[in-house]
Design a protein around this ligand. Structure first.
Ligand code: ADP
Length: 585
């Protein structure tokens, strides 16, 4: 954040304090202006103006401040600092780097009224120009790069709100983010640092239909419920259902260039876990630390509620900035329920008319505005980039009928329903295949057909049909037992068991199984389908079901996941299954 004293307009005084909501009298302010509240100068944002009373949500603990203290308006909206140094950093919800805050205060407990720039101002970056004197540049154009981390080259762009013009001076070498690297004939000076108001989407040329999957290496996701690059997904995570593991897997393996992880207000220790865990994770595609392509925004629930409200906007604005460079960004928000609760708390302090379960009537609109900023875009500099938004939801008691889950489901196009019962049975990832869905399937099929196999959609549909049939048959089995079923249905149950155990389950902790490329996902399904087709032929030829189920080769299907050299393994296994079954008649 960067609100400076020069822009200060006029002071007011505090009229009332109610938790994170403070009212001020005689403040000359506009909606969303950032203000400093009280003698300590706590940062807040104007959220309502009525006559001479201005209502402010304060991003810090307000105990101890009282009516009569000054309120100072910066006259500027809440912005984020954008530039090299965003990656490999952990922020709080208003983009204060946690390590710097800790240093300033000498303790890991966040104090009040401490301000810190969002990116390091005195660090030198090696700027390599990509334009020359005389070149014409427009807003968004890349004028040079710096190596931001060992993994990511940072593109220095003409800010979107500049006019652009002809380059009259360009520097190369070591510069700080505040020094001018390029000068234009319009008089505009380009620095590595830009600012952007968090509540406003950065401009683009066009939102396009996403047609490339965000490949996750998690076969249930890629195969059955894929998300597109630029897509939206919700993942509800009842406690112990494997939410953390799933999110780590996505952060590590999803083929996004940049990961923005917004931890908004989960219980204190859970967020601490993320802060401790992430810096330890390795990026499997480069061997570098995962943090080299990650920015973490962390608000524990013991931080003030309003900061939780702002953290998702801070996160998505940073995501858009990297998208503008032409990168594919995956933003993970954990959890949007805590964010919604922050809105609820502030709304109730404002004594607004409550909607369902006390949430404000604008809950749905806010959620929609957030997910709306995800997408696959043509950027103003002509590159293409994407922001995929994956929001975790924590429905109390795992009840999906509550307002946050329901409103989210109306917006997102992918739903990965983590299931506490599956987790209890140690079926991981515990994504419920009956409840989950992806509306991207059809538009991503051409990619999978081109890159993996022409019959990808048919094979997937076959697997879905078998699993659906199993669900229906299970109800009958519960009543009358398996043996009462006709033989063909017993066989379907057996095939479905392989789908569940070999295909749907995937061990995140096995060095090979942890990542399953789409080719392997496909081959695993076709192996099970080979078993299915050959077994039904055998059944039709009169072979008793016991003999079919009993062939030696079948259980090897469960070992495909852990095979490094899976192509040969699968080829041999398919041949063996076919042989053994054909030998029965
Ligand atoms: P949550 O965050 O929802 O409370 P976790 O992600 O910590 O749950 O998962 C709980 C436990 O479940 C993990 O410690 C791990 O043992 C197991 N688990 C979850 N997902 C997987 C997976 N994909 N593969 C193997 N084990 C898993």
């Amino acid at each position: 954040m960067s609100q400076t004293a020069q822009t200060v307009r006029e002071d007011g005084v505090i009229a009332s304090v109610s938790g994170p909501v403070v009212t001020a009298r005689d403040l000359d302010a506009r909606m969303n202006d950032v203000v400093y509240v009280g003698h300590e100068g706590l940062m807040g944002e104007v959220i309502e103006i009525e006559h001479d009373i201005t209502t402010v949500q304060v991003y810090e603990e307000t105990s101890g401040i009282s009516p009569g203290e000054p309120v100072e308006n910066t006259g500027e909206p809440l912005t984020v600092d954008l530039g090299p140094g965003l990656l490999d950093t952990i922020y709080d919800g208003v983009q204060r780097p946690l390590d710097i805050l800790e240093d300033k205060m000498g303790s890991p407990y966040l104090d009040r009224g401490v301000d810190a720039p969002g990116i390091e101002l005195d660090k030198q970056w090696e700027f390599e120009p990509e334009v020359e004197e005389g070149d014409a540049v427009e807003p968004g154009d890349v004028v040079g790069t710096v190596e931001e981390t060992i993994t990511i080259d940072h593109k220095v762009m003409v800010p979107p709100d500049y006019e652009g013009g002809e380059v009259v001076d360009i520097n190369s070498g070591s510069y700080t983010v505040e020094e001018t690297v390029v000068e234009l004939d319009s008089g505009e000076e380009i620095k590595m640092r830009q600012e952007w108001p968090v509540r406003e989407a950065r401009p683009t040329v066009e939102k396009k239909t996403p047609r490339t999957p965000l490949v996750s290496g998690q076969r249930i996701l890629d195969g059955l419920f894929p998300i597109a690059k630029g897509g939206t997904a919700a993942i509800p995570g009842p406690f112990g259902s494997g939410k953390t593991v799933t999110q780590h897997q996505l952060a590590k393996y999803a083929d996004a260039d940049i990961i923005i992880y917004v931890g908004c207000g989960e219980r204190g220790n859970e967020m601490t876990e993320v802060i401790d865990d992430f810096p330890e994770l390795e990026d499997p595609s480069t061997g570098n630390p995962l943090m080299a392509r990650t920015s973490l925004i962390a608000n524990t629930s013991n931080m003030p509620v309003a900061a939780r409200e702002s953290c998702v906007y801070t996160g998505i604005t940073i995501a858009e900035f990297y998208r503008d460079m032409g990168y594919d960004v995956a933003l993970m928000a954990d959890s949007t329920s805590r964010w919604a609760e922050a809105m609820r708390e502030i709304s109730s302090r404002l004594e607004e008319m409550p909607g369902e379960e006390g949430y404000p009537a604008y809950l749905a609109a806010r959620l929609a505005q957030f997910y709306e900023r995800a997408g696959y875009f043509e950027n103003i500099n002509g590159t293409e980039g994407s922001v995929s938004a994956i929001g975790a939801v924590s429905p109390p008691g795992g009840d999906f009928s509550e307002p946050v889950t329901q409103n989210t489901l109306r917006i997102v196009k992918t739903f990965w329903a983590l299931d506490a019962d599956l987790a209890e049975r140690r079926h991981f990832p515990s994504i419920n295949w009956n409840e989950s869905y992806s509306l991207y399937r059809d538009q991503l099929d051409p990619w999978f057909q081109e890159e993996v196999a022409e019959d990808w959609p048919e094979v997937r549909q076959w697997a879905i049909d078998v699993l659906d049939e199993e669900t229906e048959l299970q109800e009958i089995v519960q009543l009358v037992g398996k043996d009462a079923l006709p033989e063909d249905q017993q066989l379907t149950l057996e095939v479905a068991r392989y789908l569940r155990e070999a295909y749907l389950q995937q061990n995140a902790f096995h060095p090979v199984d942890t990542y399953c490329p789409p080719e392997k996902t496909y081959l695993m399904l076709t192996t099970i389908k080979t078993l299915n087709d050959e077994a039904f032929d055998a059944l039709d030829a009169g072979v008793p079901i016991e003999e079919i189920i009993d062939i030696d080769a079948a259980p090897d299907i469960n070992r495909i996941g852990v095979q490094d050299d899976y192509e040969t393994y699968v080829e041999d296994l398919k041949a063996e299954i076919t042989d053994q079954l054909r030998n029965l008649y």
